[in-house]
Every structure is written in structure tokens, then in C-alpha cells.
Design a protein around this ligand. Structure first.
Ligand code: PL4
Length: 398
């Protein structure tokens, strides 16, 4: 705990937002910081949860603890509907209360005595949970990096994908695609290189596909589209960004049976043990909602919500580009990643934007030293808010 840096990034953003609201009590503060969904969940999905909840009040409909790994029907629906062109089996899917919790459970499975690599910048939970479990050494103030963690720089200069020719071997490689915060979706070729790299080195890839529903080009939707990936990769994902379940809480992890330790023992057996020991299964009400998300009608309703966020991202990209800024992301992810001119730190730019426009963003440095000089803006607002934010941003940079 003592090795953890500052507060957790998103807590710090919320703290600064609250301070700002106290300082300017009448300001109309716009929150495009923490990547939280804002649009209502389609009624067909909430109705199924209501129905399930009501059934719990009946003799026939009551159920208690379910299988720790998730309801069989939901595991199979995830395998069938979200892994359509690849072979993922229902019993390789572990349903959970969210990707963030799964990342922690995977860290528990892996333990402290190993090395990890992360994209720089990346979602801070990979590093912070690594610190919690004791994988890292001390934090170096000068480099802003932890000892024992391999930071794989991802910026415009390398198409936001790690240069594997200079990346040392680690036991675990965290890769998030589409990436939070840069919005870059790894191409098929990049993922093939990664799978080859992990195979050669005997590393395990933990692939976070939380934003896969936002991919609008032909980038792979899952690491399992890459031949050989089932021998080297675990995939973590979530209903949060795809179904607006950030508060409802539902996610899953795929552990292929082919993934084994060097001694040939299947990792899925150990993960099953962890899940049964440290988790008692996702809420049965929520799992009913998850199943409806994957029905044809539920899925179509969700696609229109996602399209709406995509359009928001386009509005933000157009606004910022028209101001002459270099803008990345937003096409395959609900985040816009903006490079700011000058040498101000990204926390200073964050403060300037907040002070002058009352818009909360996230400073790039919060995602690792490679994020310095950038700001992340979330497209998860509602349309009116995004239009108002665009208007205010124009006044800031004109
Ligand atoms: C705010 C790449 C957001 N309180 O909701 P989950 O647990 O299923 O998914 C969490 C998650 C997993 N993987 C990736 C993510 O980006 C997220 C969510 N990230 C963001 O703004 O970057 C919400 C963060 C949350 C937190 O503290 O992390």
C-alpha cells in the first residue's frame, strides 16, 4: 500500500471536480472525465431485470447462490454471440461483476513473483493492482515509473502500439484494445506480432476488450481472432461500456482450455479455484439483464446507444481538429485523445480547461508517463452536453 502513488487516478479527478464545484457553486460543470456512461439502458433490458427480481418473490422463481462461474445460459450466449467467428466455448467464459474486479482476480491468480508489461499510457488499474499484489519495486519520482514494470511506450510515433523489437520479455503482458486512453484499436498485423512475441517468450497476454463494441473498422474484436492466441491469451471484458452497465455491474473473462503453465497444467483450473474461493457469482438479476442484452432485440437497441456515443466522439474530434489540435482516438473508442501544444504538464492543462470552461477531462499523465502532453475527453455525455462542451472548448482555444 505504501508503494502506491497518490490517490487512484479517478478518485483524484472526482476530488478535484468536487473542489471546483465548491469554488464555483453556480457553474454548470460538464463531466467528460471518468468514462461513465450516461444514456438510459433500453427498456427491454431493464424489464427483464424487473421480471427476474419479481420472480424472486415467488416459490417457483426464487433462486439463491448460483454457479460462481455464471449461469450456463449466459456463459453460452457470450460465447455464441460475442465470439461469432472464433471458437470460444461456454465453459471457458467466467461471468463476473465487472472487468476491473476480474483484473484484480487475475492478479491474485498470477501472484507477486513475476514481471508485467503495460502499454504506456494505459488504464491505471493494471499497474495499481500489480503494486497491490506486490509485483513492483519502488516508484522512481524522476521517471514516474515503478521498478519491475515494463512500460511499453505507445504514441503517434509508433502508431500507438508497442515496439516489440525493443520490449524485454515479461511473464505477463497487459494489452487493451481499443486502448484506454488513446482509443487505438490494434490491427490484425499488430496482434499477430504480439501473439508471436508471447509464444516465443512463454508470456501470457491479458487482453482487455472493454471497448470492442466501439470498433468501426476491420480491427479484430477479440484477441482470439489471431491464430495461436488461445495458447497464450486471457481476455477480460465487460457489459459496462457496451450496455451502460457501469452501475449495474456485469463482466466476463475468457480462459481458454489450451492456455497452460510451462508444466502443462491448465490455467483455467486455477482460475476456477480462485473464482469459487474469492467470488460468489454475479447477481442473478443482473445476469438476466445480460442475457437480454445478447438477444437480437436487446443487442439492436444497444447498437443505437453506441452509435449515439460514436456521433458524440465525432463532434468532439471535429471541434478540436478545427482548432488546429492533433486529435487521436474517437473512431474505435469513446475517448478522444488530444495532444496539446507547448510544454505545460497535462495536469496544468486539465486545470486550465476546468477553470476556463468548467469541463472535467482526464490529464494524460494519469495513464502513465507516456500520456504526458495529452488530455483524454470522454464522449459518454448526452448530446446537448457534448454540443455545449464543444462550444466552450472553441472559446478556450480561439
Ligand atoms: C472508473 C480498459 C473507465 N471507477 O466497469 P468495469 O469494471 O467492467 O470495467 C472497468 C474498466 C476495465 N477496463 C478498461 C476500462 O477503461 C475500464 C473502465 N474505465 C475510465 O474512465 O477509464 C472508468 C474508470 C472506475 C475506476 O476507478 O477505474
Amino acid at each position: 500500500m505504501e508503494k502506491l502513488r497518490d490517490g487512484y487516478l479517478f478518485q483524484e479527478i472526482r476530488r478535484r471536480e468536487e473542489e471546483h464545484r465548491k469554488k464555483y457553486p453556480t457553474a454548470n460543470v460538464i463531466t467528460l472525465g471518468v468514462g461513465d456512461t450516461t444514456q438510459p439502458i433500453p427498456q427491454i433490458i431493464t424489464s427483464s431485470m424487473v421480471q427476474k427480481a419479481c420472480a424472486l418473490s415467488t416459490d417457483e422463481g426464487y433462486s439463491g447462490y448460483g454457479p460462481e462461474q455464471g449461469e450456463k445460459a449466459l456463459r453460452q450466449a457470450i460465447a455464441d454471440k460475442l465470439y461469432t467467428h472464433v471458437e470460444v466455448k461456454g465453459d471457458e467464459v467466467f461471468v463476473s461483476d465487472g472487468a476491473q474486479c476480474d483484473i484484480s482476480r487475475l492478479q491474485l491468480l498470477m501472484g507477486s513473483n513475476l514481471t508485467i508489461a503495460v502499454q504506456d499510457p494505459s488504464f491505471p488499474a493494471y499497474i495499481d493492482t500489480g503494486v497491490l499484489i506486490g509485483q513492483t519495486g519502488e516508484f522512481h519520482e524522476k521517471t514516474r515509473k515503478y521498478k519491475n514494470i515494463e512500460y511499453m511506450k505507445c504514441g503517434p510515433e509508433n502508431d500507438f502500439f508497442p515496439d516489440l523489437s525493443i520490449t524485454p520479455r515479461t511473464d505477463i503482458i497487459f494489452l487493451c484494445s481499443p486502448n484506454n486512453p488513446t482509443g487505438h484499436a490494434a490491427t490484425r498485423k499488430q496482434l499477430q506480432q504480439l501473439v508471436e512475441f508471447a509464444t516465443k517468450n512463454g508470456s501470457i497476454i491479458i487482453y482487455d476488450s472493454a471497448y470492442t463494441a466501439y470498433i468501426s473498422d476491420d480491427s479484430p474484436r477479440t484477441i482470439f481472432e489471431i491464430p495461436g492466441a488461445k495458447e497464450v491469451a486471457i481476455e477480460v471484458s465487460t457489459f459496462s461500456k457496451f450496455a451502460g452497465f457501469t452501475g449495474v455491474r456485469l463482466g466476463w473473462t475468457v480462459i481458454p482450455k489450451e492456455l497452460k503453465y510451462a508444466n502443462g497444467f491448465p490455467i483455467i483450473n486455477d482460475y476456477n479455484r480462485i473464482v469459487c474461493t474469492c467470488f460468489n457469482g454475479a447477481s442473478n438479476i443482473v445476469q438476466a439483464g445480460g442475457l437480454t442484452c445478447l438477444s437480437q432485440e436487446g443487442y439492436m437497441a444497444l447498437c443505437s446507444v453506441i452509435d449515439n456515443y460514436r456521433e458524440n466522439a465525432k463532434i468532439l474530434i471535429d471541434t478540436l481538429t478545427s482548432l488546429g489540435l492533433k486529435v487521436y482516438g474517437g473512431k474505435n473508442a469513446p475517448y478522444v485523445w488530444v495532444k496539446f501544444p507547448g510544454s505545460s504538464s497535462s495536469w496544468d492543462v486539465f486545470t486550465e480547461i476546468l477553470e476556463k470552461t468548467h469541463i472535467v477531462t482526464v490529464p494524460g499523465a494519469g495513464f502513465g508517463p507516456g500520456g504526458e502532453g495529452f488530455i483524454r475527453i470522454s464522449a459518454f455525455g448526452n448530446r446537448e452536453v457534448i454540443l455545449e462542451a464543444s462550444k466552450r472548448l472553441k472559446t478556450l482555444f480561439k
